[in-house]
Design a protein around this ligand. Structure first.
Ligand code: TUI
Length: 317
């Protein structure tokens, strides 16, 4: 069911990627998603190459299915990490927060599927010219570092602009969002926030409790003035950030406040002064579920929804 070009490209059963979230997407989560038929993705985030090698090896112990590694291009270890994923023969590499152009050839030569996250049509086009296999078009509903355009507006524009498959990300958390993305022309979806509130995700319980409590308007964008807009759940850090930004604080001062805050929230459970990144769909998450439950509900739910729409609007399928 819902076998698309992305399934064929990545050797997976369902066209569902798990977002590679720094300090959140470790080998437990990635292996569980791959085992359930999606594409699990280990986030390299701010980890050292040795730490990422450990994560990759652990994932391989838990699953023989394909999985990916996300390389966040603001990492100081990017060059070494690219070498590492080639050595480890990882199936898929996704990238975020930058242009991976100079690494595409080496990755492709090693047989790796290269799938960058883009937040604009221009970057999607450039990536296609560089020879990537697909792109993830990520709307500003996402958590963490984001672009300016919503998923609803970005995905069809990227689909029209490139021939390679497009994966939709941002604002997708259930069967409705999954199906909507396919109707926008996407060949698959990537979800971060939904998988962060899964049993297999090792993020601190305080983080998960904040997700369960959050309502639709509880995320805010911080860091617009630094050139790195980041969506997080409103807390003391967010308010302080807002105050400093309004007062015209320097980029250095703001980055000092933000540095280490994601790790503090995800690992130590500091949900007051930590950076609890979350997408806007966090308001519709009610409970922690297993990864398999999340994926099965999306696939079965989408099937039922499609059948219902066919009956209502077409008099049957
Ligand atoms: O990368 C993400 N989301 C992230 S990375 C991250 S780690 C971090 N920690 C602390 C502060 C800031 C970040 C947390 N969340 N998503 C993928 C993504 N990539 N979203 C947007 C982009 C993007 C934006 C501009 C990609 C390329 C781009 O332009 C590159 C260019 O050169 O044109």
């Amino acid at each position: 069911m819902f076998y698309t070009k992305i399934c064929e490209l990545c050797g997976i059963e369902y066209p569902i990627f798990q977002g590679g979230m720094a300090w959140v997407s470790d080998y437990h989560l990635a292996a569980a998603v791959s085992e359930a038929g999606g594409l699990g993705i280990v986030a390299a985030g701010h980890l050292t190459p040795d730490e990422v090698r450990f994560q990759i090896r652990k994932t391989k112990e838990l699953t023989s299915k394909p999985f990916g590694v996300n390389i966040m291009l603001m990492s100081p270890y990017t060059d070494e990490l690219m070498q590492l994923v080639i050595e480890e023969k990882v199936a898929v590499v996704t990238t975020g927060a930058g242009n991976p152009g100079k690494y595409v050839k080496a990755l492709k030569d090693a047989g790796i599927r290269v799938i960058p996250v883009v937040a604009s049509v221009a970057l999607a086009r450039r990536m296609e010219r560089e020879g990537v296999d697909a792109v993830i078009a990520e709307g500003m509903e996402s958590g963490g570092h984001i672009g300016e355009i919503t998923t609803m507006a970005l995905v069809p524009q990227v689909v029209d602009a490139v021939k390679i498959p497009v994966i939709a990300a941002g604002g997708i958390g259930d069967a409705r969002g999954f199906l909507a993305a396919l109707f926008l022309g996407a060949e698959g979806v990537q979800m971060g926030t939904r998988f962060a509130l899964s049993k297999e995700c090792q993020v601190h319980p305080n983080w998960k409790a904040m997700y369960v409590k959050a309502k639709d308007r509880d995320t805010v964008i911080t860091g617009r003035s630094t050139g790195h807009p980041v969506r997080i759940i409103k807390n003391k850090l967010a308010r302080k950030f807002e105050q400093l930004e309004r007062a015209g604080a320097s980029v250095e001062e703001l980055e000092r406040l933000g540095s280490g805050a994601l790790k503090a929230a995800a690992l130590d459970g500091d949900t007051e002064w930590g950076s609890v990144m979350a997408g806007q769909i966090v308001g519709m998450l009610k409970e922690e579920k297993s990864v398999k439950e999340i994926i099965d509900e999306i696939i079965n739910g989408a099937h039922a929804l499609l059948k219902d729409k066919c009956e209502r609007f077409l008099g049957g399928c």
